[in-house]
Design a protein around this ligand. Sequence first.
Ligand code: ADP
Length: 398
Amino acid sequence: MAQIEKQMILIVDDTPENIDVLDGILRANYRIKAALDGESALKIALGKQPPDLILLDVMMPGMNGYDVCRSLKENTASQSIPVIFVTAKKQVEDETLGFELGAVDYITKPVEPAVVKARVRTHIELKRHRDHMETLAQTRAQQLIHAERLSTMGLLSAGLAHEINNPLTYIHSYAEYVRDDLEALQAEFNGILNPSESTKESVDSRFLDCKESIAEIIRGSQRIMSLVENMKHLSRADDQSRGRVDIVQCIENAMKLCQFDLKLIQVTLDRDDVLPDIMGNRQQIEQVLINLIKNAVDAMENDPSAALILTAKMDEKSVRITVADNGPGIPEDKLSSIWEAFYTTKTDEKGTGLGLSISKGIIEDHGGSIRGSNITPHGASFTIELPPADALDFVQEI
Ligand code: ADP
């Protein structure tokens, strides 16, 4: 039977006796690693097998516990490891500093075995849930990317289906005419000309060949017609259902789904306390917001002062959502090209050039508008305006 691997705890303390005490308390339930100083602790935390939790002494020569915690939280590879400080100090300001640095808890020395076990178990459980939620969010993000691809394929196939359908209809109809004419011609030929038996046989066999060839053309075009029909279905394959959509929830979902991309970015959400629902497809609106957020993140790549501001407000007639970044902005002469399908400045596999053109299609399909502009001193801002659901009800009623 497969064994579930125990979680690993890293104990950091410059006094080996303290490590022994904690090791004794936790050994039965966890795998234990130990470090006698901050530098070794960081090496282990950033190594191939990082711990699931760190018990960190505060007072150590060289790098003290706070310095270690600060370094752990600054590094994306180690920032999600929960840190519990183990200290003899009980002053409030020390605890406050520890929490500010990102520690999840404190244990005071001399340690109480039951307290150590309970705190460690709680934070290990919390981390497990957080990891699980992150995996779920990643899966959902992948599903949305897949949905975008499907909807792109849908748009392409809808266009293609339309283009193929027209000439195909003539081919099919004219082939049927030719088949019927051939039948009639053969009958007339035999009736009028009264050919010799051998001529009749040769003409009949040529008519037969022609009819078989025409039958092939008709069969082939019928096959293409049913393929085209399937392509039309594909263009409707993604969920087109419509209903009342809570815009705040859409923004929150989109931010959640982009949380990995937004990890190093300062994000501000400025919204009205109450916003009306809009009428439409939640998944599509979320898709648009994700496209805009991801574009902003790509534009600010490697910028340590990267900042994203999302606003959602109700103006006179519409719900207005803005996604603004402090990246380099869009060259003025490209402000209209960005909406064209396949326009991209991204060189790697990140860019398809379809995000904004699909987003524009979705928003216009919802009776709204989307525009992009540059902001001073630098950055780009995309604004979506959507009619509130109740305004649409009103328009439909009159
Ligand atoms: P893609 O993401 O595949 O490049 P999009 O349609 O999403 O396609 O965007 C087209 C182009 O518009 C991008 O390649 C980029 O040049 C430009 N763009 C979009 N958003 C921003 C932004 N926030 N800042 C700067 N340029 C942007």
